[in-house]
Design a binder for this molecule. Sequence first.
Ligand code: FMN
Length: 253
Amino acid sequence: MVGDLLGWTDATARPLVDIALGHRIALLANALGPPPPDIVDAAHAIGVPVAALVGRADQARKQVEVGVDIVVAQGTEAGGHTGEVSTLVLVPEVVDAVAPKPVLAAGGIGSGRQAAAALALGAQGVWTGSIWLTTQEAMVMTSDVVRDKLLAATSRDTVRSRSLTGKTARLLRTEWTEAWEAEDSPGTLPMPLQFMLSADALQRIHRSGNEELVIMPVGQVVGRMNVVRPVAEVIDELVREFDETVAGLAGAG
Ligand SMILES: Cc1cc2nc3c(=O)[nH]c(=O)nc-3n(C[C@H](O)[C@H](O)[C@H](O)COP(=O)(O)O)c2cc1C
């Protein structure tokens, strides 16, 4: 069963970390709570820095306590597992909570203007997810139905839902997310049980191409993902807009 394969328990995550640390990786990034200190030590022993995603300032402090090197402050706008605080509010809170540790801003960043704003908030850089979902390179693993839904979605077409994993994750709003919110819903199970329960059904839905039910984690920035483009073009535009924005702000001073 697909749900058994997930690295969301100590028993299933450790073998995955061992494989990752056996390769020449540049960073080990962790989410959903502080990593066990021995895993942080194992990464540091071979010179691999550890990053961690957080949605609250107190979570950021806990990550630094276990030795995390880079904190990713991810606002509620983000795709995937996400908390309640917006990026604009969260980033300065986290920057101040863990200074002088470097912080990357995440959640809702899809343009150079948003990246410049993140740096203005005190972040040292940005961490992005959703904007890559509609790149040409991503199309090898994206069905036509999902691609079309992503391109058509507005920034109001996502919802924080426990229906995928049992923890709140931002997903495209579909019949699946609506059914789990409905009055006659049995309610979701805690992680990791919800995904174990739903994984096989989700695979069948994915294969069927059923437009109403399809499941897709994505952030609010999906509203501006309206065309499939190569990664190089997305990066070029991001950097160009970032430079223009910073130059414009310097000129305004
Ligand atoms: C489809 C998808 C899958 C994701 N899976 C993971 C994951 O497995 N682990 C993780 O730490 N973050 C995951 N994320 C969150 C990203 O790492 C990132 O923090 C987030 O996408 C940033 O916000 P944005 O979507 O607004 O760019 C995922 C995001 C998306 C959109």
